[in-house]
Design a protein. Structure first.
Lengths: 335, 335, 335
């Protein structure tokens, strides 16, 4: 019995750490994706942002964010407690006394959480690419990763009001992607379009990605990392039911991405007469985001359909954006 | 006892999922390898093929292929059964009643199998690079991943006639690589050489890879992914003997790749007076393919030799191809 | 009891193998980092070196090095014993009789050790990039990986005199990085500066990296691989205390890298007026190296500070090198 608790704790902690490492790897995915899609002259800048935002996210979330988001995790709090920064973790006695209810290392939880914050900030970096200065961007990273993300994360995952209302968010479609996306939208509205995107008469100049192999590599990295992102969000793997759940999450995550690619390519072919690489990559990412709110409930077939809807949506979103917000999007051309 | 079955099931499932994720990562490896070796103008096309073939493979194998290849996996079949697409998996009662004979999630098995199919199709995409249209290629992907691969896979892994005859294929030198290779050869014979490969008088124009860092990255990704490909094919890790077996497979896979690199470089140096990067990369891949039929039986020393033979063979295969099939290879120049 | 020993052995072996695979992946990281930082004309050469040094390291360490470094590991020795090359490993009886003291596969230990050797040699390849011929470099790789590394590694990890004196080196700041760094320094002193680095009057010509996305990718790969490098060096994960330790090592490794990035960027901004991508990348690597000697003792906060000191040091080391060793560094220009 006691040995089984030891082993389960070790297995769940290991599973958490590997999942976290896969999510950390998504930082490389965002970097390559964004570096591949900007103009060559802006490559170094977007890379600098991605490396440094990850570092800022780690430090700010350790110092402030984690404690705001999970006030109940006494063992890991330092504010007002200081145990976390002293490296304290569950003791053997505590774990055994819990009878297995405490089933992974508190440090591994912090590790898994801290890489999620960086993901949210990476979404912002992609959106404001080519139009925001480095230090201003990093200042915003301090605010988002230290305060904005943790506060809205607390609403759901920390036991706040959204959680009380029964809001469901398995792996962070809302907490991570919508948080990052909303911040990104705010940034884009403030900053206006990229210089050169719109001509003096409002005509649209496409800005093709400068390095498509990098963008493709970035997408594959994100696809791989998403197994950790969604798979790790089950939080436990050490019994038969939990292992089945994690396996279903892996399968659904993969099928949703695949459905997104196929749907985006067919939609683009029907709509524009051809399907290009950018559509395939956007389709994969749309499928992955689409399944992230609930990758455990659907069957693999349904997950493919959910991903496919994401893939269709992403293709339509391009002409829609042009129709709906022409003034906003052309602002840089006007000003 | 019961707890030990739970833990073993969880560990084997986790090991299967991580192995599968490493094999999924090979899709990125093939993409980078192939994108690095084609001419710059064809980069986007080969990337599009690689992303979309992976998606097609996942969907076709889920809908049709898995059921053709493993008809006995009742829990995962939907055709005639529908349990798999409904997300059904082994119940706790079934696993405990089996006394540990059912030792991993059925979903994790599907995940591990589905990424293998994509690998076979990736081999085709590399071979027909620069000479096949996107949608024709994807139509063939539908047929190969939905029908051809599963039928010949059934012969061995599904319990078909090859298995009955005692045919041995640990991780898929035959089922995966030979299947993909045979389809690739058929495609190449039909399509002829790449335009520009042979001049009007039959002279050979080398087509150097346009982006060697990408090709190198792709090879390293494949090398890493191969630990999942071969290591996961042991199917179980949860006792001392199985853990030793998986460890030996990791070591042998690594040593065979290393032997392939060294042998290819020395052979090229002796044969052509110099060893270049392409030879080193081909040597690694040849070593990895060479050990895949049986990475568990040989000692590490013998595995190095097996990989080395693969590395020698790959260097000799280039002049051999030129001598043996000049007509075939020059067809595009003639037509 | 017996089942628990089986499971713990399997879990520890799996953890060791996954850690080793992450360290193997660092070979790709060094390749991309070095390929990104050299001039475009030298890319293929540095890539060839990185692929082939990995292969040489694996074969030499298997044949000679492992036996020099760990003479006590009878089960894995072949010289004078031959059991290792015959693929022998711990038997079930031996493991059970040990009562769990033998807790992972001997083969998995070899796998984890062999990828470390390649890491040390990769450090050399980066330092002598653009100034050493391929076959001379590989000849040195034979000597370093077969003899130099194992002999000094024995001093500490094999139970030699440094270990007897109480020297502490958790994951190889000394055994791996200092060994590689010392060899690299010797090489650089012998070879002199890169051609073109110094003008005829001693003026310094900066040699910017030719491909910064590759260098960034390489840094992220190294960051990811370092979780295996440091995390695996705890050697065991299968009980509560060990799982907590591995989790702390993951967190500290990550925080130290993050601290390095931030400190390097701020230092560069204060010192040179701007922070560029190279500084951020160097900061991350400096933070990672800084924590590797002892990633288990410090708290996460202290680990951030340790990494930060590394990040400051790396920025100052550039002008220091120019002040302290101008003669050495300019030798190529003089000769």
């Amino acid at each position: 019995m006691e040995q089984a608790i030891h082993l389960a704790y070790a297995l769940d902690t290991f599973y958490f750490l590997i999942s976290g490492a896969l999510v950390m790897w998504m930082a490389a995915g965002f970097s390559m994706l964004e570096a591949g899609l900007v103009r060559a002259k802006n490559t170094a800048e977007i890379l600098t942002k991605n490396v440094s935002l990850f570092a800022v996210a780690c430090v700010m979330y350790m110092l402030v964010g984690y404690n705001i988001m999970y006030p109940a995790e006494a063992v890991n709090s330092w504010w007002p407690g200081i145990s976390f920064l002293l490296g304290a973790d569950n003791t053997v006695e505590e774990v055994l006394a819990s009878g297995g209810d405490t089933y992974y290392s508190g440090m591994s939880d912090f590790f898994f959480q801290v890489v999620f914050v960086a993901t949210a900030m990476s979404i912002v970096s992609g959106a404001v690419a080519e139009r925001m200065k480095l230090w201003a961007f990093l200042a915003f990273a301090v605010v988002l990763t230290g305060f904005i993300y943790p506060i809205q994360g607390y609403w759901k995952w920390g036991g706040g009001f959204l959680d009380g209302l029964g809001f469901s968010d398995f792996a962070g479609s809302g907490v991570v992607h919508m948080c990052g996306g909303a911040a990104a939208l705010a940034g884009v509205l403030l900053l206006g379009a990229r210089k050169g995107k719109y001509g003096p008469k409002g005509e649209i100049n496409p800005i093709p990605g400068a390095n498509m192999p990098l963008a493709t590599l970035g997408t594959f990295i994100l696809w791989l990392g998403w197994f950790g992102f969604n798979g790790g969000s089950e939080l436990k793997i050490s019994d038969i039911d939990e292992a089945n759940a994690v396996a279903l999450v892996f399968v659904n995550t993969n099928m949703s991405a695949a459905g997104g690619v196929i749907a985006a390519m067919i939609t683009a072919k029907l709509l524009f007469g051809k399907a290009d690489l950018t559509m395939a990559l956007n389709g994969a990412l749309a499928g992955l985001v689409a399944i992230t709110a609930e990758p455990l409930t659907p069957t693999p077939l349904l997950a493919t359909v959910i991903g496919g809807l994401g893939g269709i949506l992403v293709v339509f979103s391009i002409p829609c954006l042009r129709l709906c917000c022409p003034t906003v999007m052309r602002r840089s051309a006007v000003s």
